[in-house]
Design a protein around this ligand. Structure first.
Ligand SMILES: Cc1ncc(COP(=O)(O)O)c(C=O)c1O
Length: 400
């Protein structure tokens, strides 16, 4: 007999799916967002993206490329002019001498992370990272069959988030293949200092451990610098380092899905093969837009950063004036990750705040158990929106 529908789930089918996949919990950020999406009375600060669309000159480049017939498959590692533009961009920023061959263009930062980890991590391997952490960074290694140890960042209101580097070293075992760092960090805004980077590179090199650095927030720093300390200058042909980056955050291109990996040429040759099996290639017309973003986008990056800096100041001032709130200082990314005295169930808090005041925040537990008791707000939005959100939060806290 023919089945007429798929209404009920089938345990025979779901049990055929690998348990590491079945065990992935649904995103708590989405759990909150689903309750509020589609409502036009909500101030959404839950996701990590600017509230402004991609600048027109970047969109125009994609439209021109499409009009010119750029609709075909492209090379696995990305088109040569974009690989050149990327190596030029990084050499200009960091004073390095990278070649286009040191770059693999990917379909987003997330695809870059997947491909980088596929290349070096398999079943039974071990990965060490910090926490709280963007959940995808621990889910991907687990999907690949690896185990993960998280080393907690410590929160201090004045000193900000701190990493005990020795604790990171102590977490490594003989099976550790990768130390994965997200710096600048989502959700905390923590950045690893250049001094600690140098110590980590020496440690990892001695042990043969890969450093994979997720630097998608590299340009979003508010300490007067133009970029965060990066692992790119530490790259050498004989070093096991891969650096992940993306067009999403600095150029307001989250929906375009364009990113890149910087690594030694030997690594890039292998990563190129994996691009074929994952996505074949990023779309050609999107890569054309990426070239224009790099070559003509510096004013935009500076202007956007200045806007986020103003919104950040408003958020910091407003949160600091709330007696029950503790906000560890942080100079990067575009999130405030704060603690509210007496609030332990932040998922429940976020849902209630949304229901009663129309304010959309992300619960800290979404970033691992180390995020319990904290709440994340993205400040890549106008100052007005921040004021609106903080007015609502103040009203809500007064009723608690
Ligand atoms: C730490 C971190 N890495 C990577 C990404 C992925 O960025 P994308 O896939 O949009 O390039 C994000 C997005 O939120 C992020 O927060």
């Amino acid at each position: 007999m023919r089945e007429t529908g798929f209404a009920s789930s089938n345990s025979f089918v779901s049990e055929g799916i690998r348990s590491v996949v079945r065990d992935i919990a649904p995103s708590q950020i989405r759990e909150v967002a689903h309750l509020g999406m589609g409502r036009d009375d909500v101030v959404p600060l839950w996701f990590g993206e600017p509230d402004q669309p991609t600048p027109e000159f970047i969109c125009r480049a994609a439209m021109d490329a499409l009009a010119a017939g750029d609709t075909f498959y492209q090379p696995n590692a990305g088109i040569a002019p974009l690989r050149t533009a990327l190596s030029d961009y990084m050499n200009g920023l960091y004073g390095t001498a990278l070649l286009p061959d040191n770059v693999i263009v990917t379909v987003s930062g997330l695809n870059a992370i997947m491909v980088a980890l596929q290349a070096v991590l398999g079943a039974g391997d071990h990965l060490v990272t910090t926490a709280p952490i963007w959940p995808n960074l621990v889910a991907i290694p687990r999907v690949l069959g690896a185990s993960v140890t998280t080393v907690p960042l410590q929160a201090d209101a004045k000193a900000g988030w701190q990493l005990d580097l020795q604790a990171l070293f102590d977490a490594c075992r003989p099976s550790t293949k990768v130390i994965l760092l997200n710096t600048p960090n989502n959700p905390t805004g923590w950045m690893m200092s250049e001094g600690d980077q140098a110590k980590l590179v020496a440690f990892a090199e001695e042990r043969g451990i890969w450093i994979i650095a997720d630097e998608v927030y590299a340009r979003l720093v508010y300490n007067g610098q133009d970029y965060a300390p990066s692992f790119v200058p530490f790259l050498r042909e004989d070093r096991r380092i891969m650096v992940i980056n993306s067009f999403s955050k600095a150029w307001a291109m989250t929906g375009w899905r364009l990113g890149w990996i910087t690594a030694s040429r030997a690594a890039c040759i292998e990563l190129e093969k994996l691009m074929e099996f994952n996505v074949s290639c990023p779309a050609g017309f999107i890569q054309q837009a990426g070239i224009v973003a790099l070559r003509e986008g510096e004013d935009f990056v500076a202007t956007a950063r200045a806007c986020y800096a103003r919104s950040r100041q408003v958020l910091v001032d407003r949160l600091s004036a709330m007696p029950r709130v503790m906000l560890p200082a942080a100079d990067a990314a575009f999130y405030a990750f704060f603690h509210i005295d007496g609030v332990t169930d932040t998922l429940g808090f976020a849902k209630k705040l949304l229901g009663e005041q129309g304010i959309g925040l992300a619960p800290g537990e979404a970033f691992g158990p180390e995020g319990a008791g904290f709440i994340r707000a993205c400040y890549a939005v106008s100052e007005d929106r921040i004021h609106q959100a903080m007015d609502g939060m103040e009203r809500f806290l007064n009723t608690m």
